[in-house]
Design a protein around this ligand. Structure first.
Ligand code: GTP
Ligand code: MG
Length: 630
């Protein structure tokens, strides 16, 4: 799926065109309908003639709502710059174009709307003006279409053009780190809080736990929809609605980023490269207060200029941004800065978590240059992403660096929290490393596997370790380390041979309680010769075995644990006193029959408590106190 965004001056026909293309009116609000003006983002979708499905994000053109426009264009694959043929290029045509350029939206079309209101000569003049406006921007040379949403003129051609332009688009990559910048949050009766956004860099699935950054709240995904269709999972580049479990609307607002728990840390300082737009109305002076827009979030901020006294229109420079609110950004994210209702410039985040810098420091500037190009640490991180989990040797090979340099770099990365070391210190030859994103992903996979097991097997205490290991595709050695860290981090809890969610409890229904209680009571009534024909649902029997109420000797024979322990104790005592015991001894000691005594002794052989020696058993070792662990 691809996401297309509109752009352009107020009243130029963006929403009308979206409705003509999709049949969906993107202006949902009463106020929008009354004022015939878009205020908030609108969403629609359609299937192109090729069968390609696309989402459309419709933005407001009015200059007062630029901040809403900014939160809509973040994840788009293609922009439709809309210019009304009767009015031609207007102030927000230029401002929206500048924003698309700052955010490096590279694919775009120009749609000349209201073609029914002018003649061909006029349109040719408008085209020249538009061409000039596009010059020097990321949309330079974009194809132009002429349409009328009223008469339908040019619409089939526009659909074809969308198809052929998207054909050249690269699909969004799945980097395994889903990020959804929330652009809308609402409450649906019967469902609770739903948030929407364009999903980037990874996938989401129902049941998965997510974290909202910067708030840090962790919640589970109760449901997913794309284009109002229920889906189980959704990949990058899609518009998606996420229903969050036990979340109030206030907890999930526009600007929060929904992602895998535990890797994306909110930041208040970012190092950036700022490019001023040529038509900015004034320079950025050192310490200027601005609004900083990235993804769907915005924050008040101060711009500390690092290499120039001031940034004039058209200039570029290094800056450190001090944010009033913590934001969720990663290296490479695009941003825009505005002040007093005008767009000034924007660029890319170079370091999302820097220390404070003094101005005009050659060393600082050089380091920023290197980071912009890709620092040695970036190389190691990139290499680790492709081979993780990996040890130092594999990593040095992947990054093409000397091993002592790799050790040093990985040490710094572990220190900064970008890399997680599994087992031992960084210097440990056996240490295995993962990126914090890879770790968050693994954490999420483990959590999902355990949760899915609980859902499918509500009466089991947990997923067998080995099953979990093979589901995660990890080697024994790495799995042991991973499990230890996950347990320490409270992601999962471990029992003898199973792994469960820390809050998972087996709960029985009243009928199930009654059935199990009756079953155990029957076993206890004739402690040494319990009935072998009172069948219990195997799932319930497994619960009783797991929680240690009963001990299963073979397919048909089950003892209450108290009886079993007593019998084993007495048999061991007898062995200690007499050196050997026979089936007949056991039968007589407990007043039972051979039918019970023989399987019991065979079971003790299996448990390596006794060993058979002709007709007798001898003691191998006294059992541990935990008699239920078989
Ligand atoms: N004649 C004619 N009128 C059009 C056409 N497209 C839109 N209009 C009219 O232009 C006016 C504005 O259209 P909208 O679609 O609301 O404009 P917009 O760009 O979405 O405006 P904002 O969202 O407020 O920026 C409406 O009255 C439309 O009926 C067209 O192709 N031909
Ligand atoms: Mg509109």
């Amino acid at each position: 799926m691809y996401v297309i965004g509109t752009a352009g001056h107020v009243d130029h026909g963006k929403s009308t065109l979206v409705k003509a293309l999709t049949g969906i009116d993107p202006d949902r609000l009463q106020e929008e309908k009354a004022r015939e003006m878009t205020i908030e983002l609108g969403f629609a979708w359609l299937t192109l003639p090729s069968g390609r499905e696309i989402s459309v994000v419709d933005v407001p053109g009015h200059e007062r709502f630029i901040k809403n426009m900014l939160s809509g264009v973040g994840g788009i694959d293609l922009a439709m710059l809309i210019v009304a043929a009767d009015e031609s290029v207007m102030p927000q045509t230029r401002e929206h174009l500048a924003i698309l350029d700052l955010l490096q939206v590279k694919r775009g079309l120009v749609v000349l709307t209201k073609a029914d209101t002018v003649d061909e000569d006029w349109i040719e003049l408008v085209k020249v003006e538009v061409e000039e406006a596009l010059r020097g921007t990321s949309l330079e040379g974009a194809t132009m279409a002429e349409v009328s949403a009223i008469t339908g003129q040019g619409m089939p051609e526009l659909l074809q053009l969308l198809d052929s332009t998207l054909e050249k688009s690269v699909r969004r990559e799945d980097l395994g780190r889903p990020r959804l910048s929330i652009d809308r949050s609402f409450v649906m009766t019967g469902f609770g809080t739903v948030v929407t956004g364009t999903l980037l860099d990874g996938s989401l699935s129902v049941g998965q736990e997510i974290e909202m950054v910067p708030s840090g709240l962790r919640r589970r995904i109760r449901g997913l929809q794309s284009h109002q269709q229920k889906v189980e999972s959704v990949g990058p580049g899609n518009r998606v609605a996420v229903n969050l479990a036990s979340t109030t609307q206030g907890e999930a607002e526009r600007g929060q980023v929904l992602t895998l728990p535990g890797w994306l840390r909110p930041t208040r300082i970012v190092d950036v490269r700022i490019r001023m737009i040529p038509s900015a109305p004034h320079p950025i002076k050192h310490n200027l207060g601005v609004t900083f827009h990235t993804g769907t979030s915005e924050s008040f901020a101060r711009v500390r200029l690092l290499d120039v006294p001031e940034l004039r229109p058209g200039q570029e420079g290094w800056a450190q941004i001090h944010l009033a609110d913590p934001l969720a950004v990663v290296k490479g994210d695009y941003f825009v800065v505005r002040s007093s209702q005008s767009t000034l410039g924007g660029g890319q985040v170079i370091d999302p978590d820097p220390s404070r810098h003094r101005r005009f420091q050659q060393g600082v500037l050089e380091k920023l240059e290197v980071m912009a190009e890709g620092s040695p640490e970036d190389l190691v991180l990139k290499a680790l992403e492709t081979v993780e989990p990996a040890g130092l040797t594999a990593l040095a090979r992947g990054a093409n660096l000397a091993s002592d340099q790799t050790t040093e770099l990985i040490g710094a990365l572990v220190e900064s929290g970008d890399v997680v070391a599994l087992g031992g210190s960084t210097a440990d030859a056996n240490a295995v490393f993962m990126t914090s994103v890879g770790w968050a992903r693994l954490r999420s996979q483990m959590d999902n596997a355990v949760q899915a097991y609980h859902v499918a097997n509500p009466l089991r205490g947990g997923i067998p370790r080995e099953e979990l290991r093979s589901r995660l595709g990890l080697s024994q050695a790495i799995f042991t380390n991973v499990l230890a860290l996950m347990t320490a981090g409270g992601v999962v809890a471990e029992a003898v041979s199973t792994v469960r969610s820390p809050d998972h409890e087996v709960t029985l229904s009243p009928e199930q309680e009654k059935a199990t209680a009756g079953y155990v009571a029957a076993l206890e009534r004739e402690r040494y010769s319990p009935p072998t024909d009172n069948a219990l649902d195997p799932a319930l029997l497994a619960v009783l075995i797991e929680c240690g109420s009963v001990v299963r000797i073979n397919e048909s024979l089950v003892f209450a644990t108290s009886a079993y322990s007593e019998m084993v104790g007495r048999i061991v005592e007898h062995l200690k006193a007499n050196g050997a015991i026979t089936v007949a001894d056991v039968r007589d000691a407990f007043g039972t029959s051979r039918k019970y005594a023989l399987p019991l002794l065979e079971y003790l052989d299996q448990q390596h408590i006794t060993r058979r020696n002709g007709d007798e058993r001898v003691l191998l070792r006294a059992p541990s106190s935990d008699t239920s662990a078989s």
